[in-house]
Design a protein around this ligand. Sequence first.
Ligand SMILES: [Zn+2]
Length: 120
Amino acid sequence: MKIQTPKYIRATGFTLVEIMVVIAIIGMLMGVATLGIGKAISSSKQKICDMNIEAIEQGKQVWSLENKKGDNDAASEDDLKGHLKNGVFPTCPSGGTYTINANNVRATCSKHTAASAPTP
Ligand SMILES: [Zn+2]
């Protein structure tokens, strides 16, 4: 003999399949968000590195003007510290190291590709 629920009692709650579908959708959304955040972080680090290289370049220009240096002269980190913000040589956000290079060669980062020099 089968016990029947009276018609006036409505079955409540979700079935297992419904819950699994919702969890799958949430998982897909989180995956998409994680990918987007990862790309944004990578792009931000590249931009910060470009700005650091630009600051180094400006420091090199001031240093060479003040010390009457030519195109083939190269500044050291200590030479540039006085011409950089807060007197601190910048560090790459991805842990790369900067090579200052001579005055006629743009500074480079070991982790990031060289950014094109901004047009004045
Ligand atoms: Zn870098």
